[in-house]
Design a protein around this ligand. Structure first.
Ligand code: ADP
Length: 511
């Protein structure tokens, strides 16, 4: 058999779906991308149409293969990476979802979560310690899939009984896509990987198996849950009638942030990456033991290359970072395009004493305050729009520093270097500010599409396209690094002001 040339990654994100083809050097050959609708039925509710997502995924696969003139004979394997936590429940017999996909950002289960935190035996303190953390590494929060599944079952009459009989299936978007790619109602495989399963509130972080006590409390029948597999393994083959038009192994599955960790070659304990997109997600490789955070971070499955084994990560998730720049663009209309934020913020020397806490949907890590709301503090008549724009970029960096502080405390080792990726890292001012505010080196790789790359790597490893992680490490190359230039006094002075602003934003909403 001729040697294969490519691995295909399907990157199904919150706003769009992408198909990227990578060669053996981990370089992108061709890609295609399409957006899907964001559905907002009520304030704070966010949904996607899972059928539309499946349709867009098929389109981008067909388009990318056509554009790059890629023969299916040359494809070694397919890897999936996905927006995490987003929840789909569908009928096994028809492949029809019984409700729209409930997106990770959706806050509809907030009231349930607030009650849950007060339930005897399940109490959770301000740093997130409690039974849920012990079982899952996570916290009681609407962000994760568990309460979203419960909501769908509670609100669709008869569904819980059907789910218990195995007639309804649950999946995050990875599971939904793999099931459809491998045949759907006609024998599709119902699987997920540890990284996705670890975001459901239903997987035990130590055993890497579904947790009976969690499933019982959330009233989710285990029969509807997918089989948990390593992130790198052959799950099944695509059906020839699907978008690939051939039988190709689907062999990689990683939640988007864990895929970025993998694509950034963070294979050693202590290696850390931060992804700058709609939100920011910092993950630190903590090795084979699931250390639980005492400082507001999540413990999550990083990746698994072998059944029963897992490399864990500490994660600091921040909900609103690039989305704050979008808000300047769409709501305040003071930038035309997100990249213009760099040029405009460069027109002033500093933020003019302004601090912007973009807690639009509460604060995630390390504060986890569902009642926080956004504030702009320190306004005087001196302040111009450029100061607000600069304060917005700084807010991304300060929120990241909050997470780094927590990571330093949990790991006991100060961060020496941060690998960065995601749409916003092209902004050089943002990267320089990040380095100044952290007092640490910030390193940007040549291939910025690390999420898709990580999924491709996982798939390629499973079929021997790449031999081992050393092969992948040699593919990683630096584009640019940024070193801190602020004095300690300036750095710490600014951070003190930021913490003051955070205190003002906390607990803004009653409840
Ligand atoms: P996601 O995968 O979360 O959809 P991307 O990685 O595509 O996001 O990054 C897009 C986000 O980054 C948007 O929120 C956008 O406002 C922000 N962004 C993109 N380019 C820049 C830039 N040059 N400066 C600041 N923010 C940017």
């Amino acid at each position: 058999m001729a040697e294969k040339k490519y691995v295909v990654a399907i990157d199904q994100g919150t706003t769009s779906s992408r198909c990227m083809v990578f060669d053996k050097n981990g370089l992108p050959v061709v890609s295609d991308q399409m957006e899907h609708a964001q559905i907002f039925p009520k304030p704070g509710w966010v949904e996607h149409d899972a059928m539309e997502i499946w349709s867009r995924v098929q389109d981008v696969v067909r388009n990318a293969l056509k554009k790059g003139n890629i023969s299916t004979d040359d494809i070694a394997a397919i890897g999936i990476t996905n927006q995490r936590e987003t929840t789909v429940v569908w009928e096994k017999a028809t492949g029809k979802p019984i409700y729209n996909a409930i997106v990770w950002q959706c806050t509809r289960t907030e009231d349930f979560c607030k009650e849950w935190q007060k339930t005897p035996g399940w109490e959770q303190d301000a740093t997130g310690q409690g039974k849920v953390k012990d079982h899952t590494g996570l916290l009681i929060n609407p962000y994760f899939s568990g309460t979203k599944i419960k909501w769908i079952l509670d609100n669709t009459p008869g569904s819980r009984e059907k789910a218990a009989k195995g007639e309804l299936l649950f999946g995050n978007i990875d599971t939904w896509l793999i099931w459809n790619l491998t045949g759907g109602p006609n024998g599709g495989v119902h699987v997920t990987d540890v990284s996705n399963a670890s975001r459901t509130l239903l997987m035990n972080i130590k055993t890497l198996k579904w947790d009976d006590e969690m499933a019982k409390f959330l009233d989710v029948p285990i029969a509807m849950l997918p089989q948990i597999k390593p992130s790198s393994a052959v799950y099944g083959n695509t059906i020839p009638g699907g978008p690939f038009g051939a039988a190709i192994p689907v062999a990689g599955d990683l939640g988007d942030q864990q895929a970025a960790l993998f694509g950034q070659a963070c294979y050693n304990k202590g290696d850390t990456k931060n992804t700058y997109g709609t939100g920011c997600f910092m993950l630190m490789n903590i090795g084979e033991t699931p250390v639980l955070s005492k400082n507001g971070l999540l413990t999550t499955a990083g990746y698994s290359l072998e059944e029963g084994k897992c490399i864990y990560a500490l994660e600091g998730s921040i909900a609103i970072t690039g989305a704050a720049v979008q808000w300047l663009r769409d709501n305040l209309k003071i930038v035309d395009e997100s990249p213009d934020s760099e040029y405009l913020a460069n027109k002033v020397d500093d933020s003019g004493g302004v601090y912007f806490v973009p807690a639009f949907s509460g604060l995630y890590a390390p504060y986890w305050d569902m009642n926080a709301r956004g504030i702009i503090a320190g306004l005087t008549r001196y302040v111009r729009k450029e100061h607000i724009i600069r304060a917005t970029l700084e807010s991304i960096c300060y929120q990241t520093r909050d997470v780094v502080e927590a990571m330093n405390k949990d790991s006991g080792v100060p961060l020496a270097e941060l690998k960065v990726d995601g749409g916003a890292v092209k902004n050089n001012l943002l990267m320089q500010l990040q380095s100044n505010i952290l007092g640490a080196k910030v390193v940007r790789p040549v291939v910025n599409e690390t999420t898709a790359l990580g999924a491709a790597y996982a798939a390629g490893l499973a079929v021997g396209f790449w031999k081992n992680v050393d092969d992948l490490r040699t593919n990683w190359a630096k584009d640019l690094d940024f070193s801190p230039v602020w004095s300690d006094e300036k750095k710490e002075g600014g951070y003190k002001e930021w913490k003051k602003a955070i205190e003002k934003s906390k607990g803004w909403v009653d409840g």
